[in-house]
Design a protein around this ligand. Sequence first.
Ligand code: NPQ
Ligand code: MG
Length: 385
Amino acid sequence: MTTLVPVHSSGSALPVVVEAVELHRVAMPLVRPFETSFGRQTAREVLLVRVVTDAGDGWGECVAMADPVYSSEYVDGCADVIRSYLAPALLDAGTVRAADVASVLDFVIGHRMAKAAVETAVLDAQLRASGTSFGEYFGAVRPEVDCGVSVGIAPDLDSLLAEVDGYVAEGYRRIKLKIKPGWDLEPVAAVRALLGRDALLQVDANTAYTIADIDHLRELDAFGLLLIEQPFVEEDIAAHVRLARAIDTPVCLDESITSVGVAIDAIERDATAIVNIKAGRVGGYLEAIRIHDACLERDVPVWCGGMLETGIGRAANVALAALPGFTLPGDTSASNRYFAEDLTESFVLVDGRLAVPTGPGSGVTVRTELVEEWKSRPTQLITRA
Ligand code: NPQ
Ligand code: MG
């Protein structure tokens, strides 16, 4: 069992001086295309941040996609804001702890995914130097986490059922189906019939519906879903309140939740009964923990979202998902759900769970030769002016 260590215990909060920031771009082929209401992905274009500090190196993975279709942030934009603003501010900040990074970067509005990657890299360096794991630092209470899997929109029902069947055979404890208008009631009915009544099943619309669809979405109540995730545009909390009043299926926000303040507001307005926590979307793991704490205090269940992370981001997500309020299986799937080969040790599903890494920092080793071999852009090095 993981030992509980307070987040600000002195040993793990030894500050570091950031001497350089490296930006690595890697193109990772996906084992199968991943289609959502916002498009079809065949590869994961990923931005990695490495900080070089006086106490050693640290890595952070940026969750932004190549194109601004899930969020306004995207890889080139993140690389630019880090190179032009975030890295120079960090290099000028002197000694910093991860807990100081948000205030150092606060002068930049938004750009949470870029900030999260930078903060995570500093946290990784700091914890590697002090011999503390992410799990210990975050307050993990279990050595492994229950895993679900997110299933893309398929070309037809037969291929959807075959894909879901494969994941069930691998041991996933919860299935999430991507839905959109024209791909909702039928696939959900077919998958519910395949899985049986008791299996955990949920859907994610990635903002594809409008309030004109409320009567239609109510038909999902027939399928005993755990939740419906983000049916409407991220800015429209009120529309989610209206749906939540009309439907029995719990409403869960993803894209809308950008900070602990927004999370509390959405909970208090009954727009969301369950919260999807993605550290990248909210500016980092420290803000993600604040959202977890606020939800736990209000008896709102949370689960850990996923952004097709490599092992670098996956390691941190698995540690986060080991906090006590994460009572639902997350999108923390095994490495082989997305990639034939990962940038770190593979995360392998055992009895539907992934183990929380126990080594210092993220606990995984970045395979720098693969980062080099698969790079899709020249590496950028940012040092003090
Ligand atoms: C979600 N993730 O919960 C997101 C959306 C998503 C696992 O369903 C490339 C990079 C493709 C990030 C496709 C899951 C992606 C991506 C979907 C994120 O809404
Ligand atoms: Mg989602």
